[in-house]
Design a protein around this ligand. Structure first.
Ligand code: MG
Length: 382
């Protein structure tokens, strides 16, 4: 039996390439919790737990993710069979309620370790990849219309992205509609324009908002109102032609089931971290497929490890009608993995190789560690 011997965690603080203006906060750096699991046969697995904008987005922070793993999930799993991931998931869910990002980070490392031991890509453990690349959106969130337009035009010119998600909800609805309208007018039919309100609108705001966005020709609106308001979300979904996507409303399969049962959204943004891991993420995908709800591969703005893990899962999904937003590494000034993930031809390419198919650049990891004045060789040191 290949046992789980050790679970290590580090917080890395990596600057973003520009301020990322969201309805709830402005991000200037991303705090990433890196997880490394060591198994009894000497193999290792990597995972990442990352959220958006500290605790302004959700209930977990880099610090809470690290402590949930160090104090609860890790001690419960040490000595457990590293090949029995379903057993490990059940145990982690028993010792820790909620905290889906922390559980996902550890689970990812277990899948990565198992796939590396089997010398297969992680996607093979989910039935095999049906795609080597997927469309990848970019998020325009500089907070300024002209800056966003220039950024989008450059992305189209370099064939990096032609799907743009605009982060709105911070300003009054009319100002937001005006901002989105300017960008839609500048880009025309060269790009798909979508917006993410991150729950900021009241139900009444949202009625005006969806009407305005629909008139402009925006393709999709993401989580316009609070996550718990699924019946009101259903009203918006049925009341307008513009596609409505659920994001924060989907904290795992149980939420997915209730949103699907009410048909409260047209599209699910599936995030492995928000779902509580790759396994639960795949269950959210299955619920959407069964309910005729379309799919989009969402991000918590993870760095390269979490992004590579999500790519492995979504490579196994045959119908990904709205593509992905797995651009996290591009928002950071530096990449922590040894091999950059390829973004080209308006798509993100799935790294090829065993496990999540990326490895760490240990010098970069050392550089961005929050506790880096501790022993410099504790990560690299074997
Ligand atoms: Mg979102």
């Amino acid at each position: 039996m290949t046992k789980i011997d050790q679970i290590e965690t580090w917080i890395l603080d990596i600057p973003t390439i520009r301020g990322h203006v969201l309805s709830m906060t402005t991000m200037r750096e991303q705090s990433v919790v890196l997880v490394r699991v060591r198994f009894s046969d000497g193999s290792i697995g990597l995972g990442e737990g990352t959220s958006i904008g500290g605790m302004s987005y959700g209930a977990e922070s880099a610090e809470s993710i690290k402590s949930a793993i160090d104090c609860y999930i890790g001690p419960a799993l040490i000595g457990h069979d590293g090949d029995n991931i379903n057993g490990a998931i059940a145990l982690a869910e028993k010792v820790v309620r909620g905290n889906p990002i922390a559980r996902c980070a550890v689970e990812t490392a277990l899948w990565d370790g198992l796939a590396r031991r089997l010398d297969v890509p992680l996607s093979q453990l989910f039935g095999g990849a049906v795609r080597e690349a997927m469309p990848c959106a970019w998020t325009l969130a500089s907070g300024n219309s002209e800056t966003d337009i220039a950024e989008a035009l450059e992305m189209i010119e370099t064939r990096r992205h032609n799907i743009f998600k605009l982060k709105i909800g911070k300003r009054p609805v009319r100002a937001d509609i005006e901002h989105v309208g300017k960008i839609k007018q500048a880009l025309g039919d060269r790009a798909s324009i979508r917006v993410d309100v991150n729950q900021a609108w009241s139900i009444h705001d949202a009625r005006w908002g969806l009407k305005g966005l629909q008139e402009i020709g925006v393709d999709l609106v993401e989580q316009p109102i609070r996550a718990g308001l699924t019946t009101a979300l259903r009203g918006l979904t049925t009341g307008y032609e513009i596609a409505v996507m659920a994001d924060e409303a989907l904290q795992g399969p149980e939420d997915a089931m209730s949103v699907a049962a009410e048909r409260s959204a047209d599209v699910f943004a599936v995030k492995i971290a928000q779902s509580g891991g790759l396994k639960r993420g795949s269950e959210v995908v299955a619920i959407a497929q069964a309910a005729g709800i379309e799919l989009y591969a969402g991000t918590m703005l993870e760095a390269g490890i979490g992004t590579a893990a999500a790519l492995q899962l979504f490579a196994t999904v045959d119908q990904l009608a709205w593509g992905s937003e797995l651009f996290g590494p591009l928002l950071l000034t530096d990449q922590i993995q040894a091999e950059p993930i390829t973004y080209a031809d308006f798509s993100v390419h799935v790294p090829q190789g065993p496990g999540i198919a990326v490895t760490l650049d240990l010098d970069k990891v050392e550089f961005y560690r929050r506790d880096r004045n501790r022993s410099l060789h504790s990560i690299a040191g074997e």
